[in-house]
Design a protein around this ligand. Sequence first.
Ligand SMILES: Nc1ncnc2c1ncn2[C@@H]1O[C@H](COP(=O)(O)OP(=O)(O)O)[C@@H](O)[C@H]1O
Ligand SMILES: [Mg+2]
Length: 172
Amino acid sequence: MTDYALETRGLTRRFGGLTAVDDVAIQCRRGSVHAVIGPNGAGKSTLVNLLAGALPPTSGRVYLDGDDVTGLRADRLSRLGIGRTFQKTNVFLPFTVFENCRLAAQSRLSTSMRFVKPAARYAEVNAAAERALAAVGLESRAGNAVAKLSHGEQRQVDRDGASQRSAGSVAR
Ligand SMILES: Nc1ncnc2c1ncn2[C@@H]1O[C@H](COP(=O)(O)OP(=O)(O)O)[C@@H](O)[C@H]1O
Ligand SMILES: [Mg+2]
């Protein structure tokens, strides 16, 4: 197995005559934390869009755990382990903290075509949502409406959802 959870080689994205991401090589080891910094227009968002499958690269490759995932769509990449949050917080405001986490976990089930069984009865989904809440220390807020949380806590719920939607949280 490769040393790198995420790697790019020669990653390039052009918009007409403008090269927004130019021959980028990234190597991220498992368990490490990285930041991309740069002025407005430097190409940070375009880079993230390429990594998360929101945009296809003009050239170059993206590898996830050593597998070439270049050009895969965002939903496929999400299932393979790429979680993403946006500048704008994405949570379901009318729902509780727990329900938000449960929805994210539920999206990992192999099918969403079960209309009869109530969502709350999926034990493995509930367990994944509880694990995610514990990981970010929001257990005591589980029953609160997300709308009542502080901005910072809403961001935590959002991040929670993104990490759960990526692979591995719910047995499939
Ligand atoms: N969809 C697009 N079409 C055309 N040009 C784009 C598009 N997205 C980004 N750009 C251009 O690519 C460059 C990098 O933008 P961006 O990745 O948003 O930078 P950053 O996130 O670092 O501020 C900018 O010049 C921007 O105008
Ligand atoms: Mg940006």
